[in-house]
Design a protein around this ligand. Structure first.
Ligand SMILES: Nc1ccn([C@@H]2O[C@H](COP(=O)(O)OP(=O)(O)OP(=O)(O)O)[C@@H](O)[C@H]2O)c(=O)n1
Ligand SMILES: C[C@](O)(CO)[C@H](O)COP(=O)(O)O
Length: 231
């Protein structure tokens, strides 16, 4: 299933404590964002990429795209103060005829084309599908540091990106959120509040989001594991 992908890349990387946008950090010889972009660049079903970037970083991104021969970028959209706004800005830059759109964090470099294909197909069939993995830890709710509830883990998922949608479904949800000044941490939460059903597509635990410094250790281990399996 053909799709476009919107990649939010305008964050500040505060939790990574690198003093700059973590997507520029080197990961085994390539910037994080190039690892992510390369997956979509090599996917024949990806018909284009919209990258949402901070205006101060536009030139640096353009340089990286040129250096690393990333040709599928359809547009650089203006990043916003919040991830949600960066995504909406990217959606508005899509070709109007785009039927299926994926939204994928620039900070998740280990997505696979297999998972992408499952998501795009599920979005074609149902209109909304998100990558997720079963929760492995016990999850508890706490109030002022005191446990108030142990959440039943049986139906808990740790949600990732890509999140895939019929473009019209996501655009309507984004507009509703803007009208009502609702701020969500992912696209699915905006769609859910419209009452539209969202499907889970089981992803894999390698599809981590590089958020804190420890994640860079895991990232290097994932790259090493993948190199071993290619030998
Ligand atoms: N205003 C924002 C915030 C985040 N993002 C992007 O959304 C993805 C997921 O966000 P997150 O991991 O939170 O990145 P940062 O916001 O950079 O991290 P932090 O919250 O630690 O500053 C990242 O690719 C990030 O670049 C974005 O495009 N615009
Ligand atoms: C969209 C997301 O990656 C799903 O897990 C997550 O909500 C992004 O959170 P962040 O704090 O903006 O990185």
């Amino acid at each position: 299933m053909d799709y476009f992908v919107v990649i939010p890349a305008a964050g500040k990387g505060k939790r990574m404590k690198a003093g700059r946008n973590k997507l520029f950090l080197d990961l085994e010889g390539l910037p994080v964002i190039i690892h992510t972009l390369a997956v979509f660049e090599s996917d024949p079903f990806c018909k284009g990429i919209v990258l949402s970037v901070h205006s101060d970083e536009q030139f640096e991104f353009e340089q990286l795209l040129s250096t690393h021969n990333i040709k599928k970028v359809h547009a650089l959209a203006a990043g916003g103060q919040e991830r949600q706004y960066s995504v909406y800005s990217g959606l508005k830059a899509l070709p109007p005829e785009t039927e299926i759109v994926l939204v994928h964090d620039g900070a998740r470099p280990f997505i696979t084309r297999d998972t992408i294909a499952l998501l795009a197909e599920s979005a074609r069939e149902t209109g909304a599908a998100i990558a997720a993995v079963p929760v492995k830890d016990t999850i508890k709710q706490a109030d002022s540091g005191k446990v108030s509830q142990t959440v039943d883990r049986a139906n808990l998922w740790s949600v990732q990106t890509p999140q895939a949608f019929r473009t019209s479904v996501l655009l309507a949800a984004q507009q509703k959120a803007e009208d009502e000044q609702f701020l969500g941490t992912d696209e699915s939460s905006l769609v859910e509040r419209t009452g539209y059903p969202v499907q889970i597509v089981e992803s894999d635990y390698d599809n981590i989001k590089l958020t804190t410094p420890e994640d860079l250790y895991f990232a290097r281990a994932i790259i090493a594991k993948r190199k071993e399996s290619q030998v």
